[in-house]
Design a protein around this ligand. Structure first.
Ligand code: PRP
Length: 205
């Protein structure tokens, strides 16, 4: 049986649909309940917070999982990244008020959930920053004057637009990735490779 960590929420529903279309159906998962683990003879699915998927996979309680490349860039888990699923596409960007001009005379105040991504990006530019780690509703920070810019996910751009913010720089394109525990991959390579191939056939570009 393959143990699969799925990300809860928007992306998770799309990912499950891809796994099911690839032949890994689990009818029980569609029955409303408070259950957390859903199993058939072939697979065992469980939903976790998107940023926790790599933790379950890295520690081997899930053989495989699906995580956004933003999460992988941020946490750099020791896992194999097997496949770009071609869904959950968005961008990680620097955004600010349209009129914002950087003042190189002082550190740039950056609000973000992606502390490592932001630190590496500005370090590559040689720009000194003051990181403000937030856990959600990042767009509020420049509006209220908590930060100069944000480093955050932009999908449709609606959240920025409705809050008077604009993209200033793009850091990286993002999409959902199939990841695998290194030991599981070694010992169940036939099973995991088979699943990977079937998912690859479903891949949307
Ligand atoms: C993400 C991101 C933006 C929004 C972007 O937030 O942090 O706020 O989606 O999407 P858009 O470009 O389509 O408007 P999420 O919904 O994950 O919630 P959060 O506030 O908890 O980060």
């Amino acid at each position: 049986m393959i143990r699969i960590a799925l990300p809860k929420g928007r992306l998770g529903d799309k990912v499950l649909a891809q796994f099911e279309a690839a032949g890994y159906a689990c009818p029980e998962i569609h029955t409303p309940s408070r259950k957390l683990v859903f199993s058939t003879d072939e697979v065992s699915y469980f939903y976790v917070k998107p940023s926790d998927v790599p933790i379950y996979v890295e520690r081997g309680v899930a053989d495989i999982g699906v995580a956004g490349s933003d999460i992988l860039m941020e946490y750099e888990p020791d896992v194999y990244s097997l496949l770009d699923l071609g869904i959950g596409k968005c961008r990680i960007c620097v955004a600010a008020k349209a009129e914002f001009e950087d003042d190189y005379g002082r550190p740039l105040r950056v609000a973000t959930k992606f502390k490592n991504v932001a630190s590496k990006y500005y370090s590559s530019l040689g720009r000194t920053i003051d990181i403000i780690k937030l856990n959600g509703s990042i767009e509020l920070a420049p509006i209220l004057g908590l930060s100069d810019v944000i480093v955050d996910i932009v999908e449709t751009g609606t959240t920025l637009k409705e809050n008077g913010l604009v993209v200033k720089e793009e850091i990286a394109p993002i999409s959902a990735r199939l990841i695998a525990n290194k030991t599981s991959y070694k010992f169940n390579s036939a099973q995991i490779t088979d699943l990977q191939k079937k998912l690859q056939e479903q891949r949307k570009d």
